[in-house]
Ligand binder design. Structure first.
Ligand SMILES: Cc1cc2nc3c(=O)[nH]c(=O)nc-3n(C[C@H](O)[C@H](O)[C@H](O)COP(=O)(O)OP(=O)(O)OC[C@H]3O[C@@H](n4cnc5c(N)ncnc54)[C@H](O)[C@@H]3O)c2cc1C
Length: 372
């Protein structure tokens, strides 16, 4: 019998495995390797080349979670031998920074985390960030290093490597059933394993509810997210290498709350800007087949065109080679913060990444382990 089984090998599950195994507990973590999109059973929110990491957050607690995680990145890289972190800073753009969710709490966050943002007017911003178009009209707030971006696949590999070094068992499988009993929890898998543990943490992202892993429901919604990859030449990418990652409170009839990362080399060897956003065309899912259909097929043209327009508006000097659109998924809780709760006396569930927790996955994993 394991002391703890963690379901889900994303940033939060892997973070929980790293922290739990450091205590000497007998830990197993279960989740599949990344499948092909066209034939997947469960997907994830972190299968990508980059996720923004920053102190800017909707409230002080989320900013503190992020800073704790950021502070641990270099140690995780060193212990695992896997690099994943680039501290290039993060720039927030808005016509009204006091209303933008990521900058509205800036004063409280500055005080709590003891640092200062740098402010830019629509005029000074183009001098400081010459890669931006000259006539955008946005005000800017710069959250410098240690903010920047992470490579989420690599971060998860690093967290899992640390956990494995500390004695955790990694099982590449999909959990199909979770049965809590008075003396433990039984977990069964797609490949026919039956495992027992004193306690379980469910951290399967959008699939926790859809795969029947929550003995008690946790209020949340499961939402489509569309990203556009803008392909550029290696020379353009090199020219933009000093760019920060960015959040944009864009004015558009279709999209809002956009975020983008500097041009990065993707697994196909090409260089891409990535821009994602909310959209009036976003969908909500309440069954596994509906979400699987979205991840496999998408239906993103209207959102894609608005995202392309924003990329072209932000970077007028860039020569774009082509654009690709990808369907993704996030979860949301009613109050916009992750829910960490006991859904059974032996089962803790982490639900609600709210589109912004890859960066803090290691901290959220720690909090979940302390909750157990
Ligand atoms: C397009 C997009 C952009 C984003 N941008 C940012 C950003 O810039 N910064 C940021 O911090 N966050 C960002 N996020 C959010 C971030 O990716 C998520 O908060 C994070 O991935 C959540 O981690 P998780 O471990 O909860 O879930 P996931 O990353 O979804 O991982 C869950 C894991 O559970 C596994 N699993 C599912 N079902 C089962 C099962 N039945 N049995 C076993 N394993 C299972 C999956 O295979 C997966 O590996 C973004 C998300 C999206 C989609």
């Amino acid at each position: 019998m394991y002391d703890l089984i963690i379901i889900g090998t994303g940033p939060i599950g892997a973070g929980a495995a790293r922290h739990a195994s450091a205590t000497g507990a007998n830990v197993a973590i279960i989740g599949p390797t990344e499948p092909h999109r066209a034939s997947h059973t469960v997907w994830s929110s972190h299968y990508d080349a980059a996720r923004l990491t920053h102190r800017s957050a909707r409230n002080v607690q989320l900013a503190q979670y992020a800073l704790e995680a950021i502070t641990n990145y270099r140690a995780i890289e060193a212990q695992s031998g896997i690099p994943f972190y680039t501290p290039c800073g993060t720039l927030s753009l808005s016509h009204d920074l006091g209303e933008f969710s990521y900058t509205a709490q800036r004063t409280a966050i500055e005080q709590a985390l003891d640092f200062r943002y740098v402010d830019y007017t629509p005029t000074t911003i183009t001098h400081a960030f010459p890669m931006l178009s000259g006539d955008l009209g946005y005000h800017g707030v710069y959250d410098g290093p240690p903010s920047g971006y992470i490579a989420p696949r690599a971060m998860v590999a690093a967290q899992l490597t640390c956990a494995q070094h500390q004695g955790a068992t990694i099982i590449r499988d999909i959990v199909t059933q979770l049965t809590p009993q008075h003396d433990g929890v039984t977990v069964t898998t797609h490949d026919g394993l039956t495992l027992h543990a004193q306690r379980v943490i469910v951290a399967a992202g959008a699939y926790s509810g859809l795969c029947g892993l929550l003995p008690t429901p946790v209020p949340h919604t499961i939402k489509s997210e569309t990203v556009t990859l803008g392909r550029v030449s290696a020379a353009t990418a090199a020219r933009m290498a000093d760019m920060p990652s960015m959040m944009v409170d864009c004015v558009s009839e279709v999209i809002s709350d956009a975020y983008l990362t500097p041009p990065l080399q993707y697994p196909d060897g090409e260089w891409y800007f990535k821009l994602g956003s909310n959209s009036i065309h976003d969908l909500f899912f309440d069954t596994l087949p509906a979400l699987q259909h979205w991840i496999k097929n998408g239906d993103m043209d209207a959102t894609h065109h608005a995202q392309i327009a924003l990329l072209k508006q932000l970077f007028a000097g860039v020569e774009w080679l082509d654009f690709t659109s990808l369907p993704c998924v996030i979860t949301r809780t009613p109050d916009g913060v992750p829910s960490i709760s006991n859904v059974h006396p032996r089962v803790t569930a982490v639900v609600g990444c709210n589109g912004s927790l890859a960066k803090s996955g290691d901290t959220i994993g720690r909090v979940a382990v302390e909750f157990v």
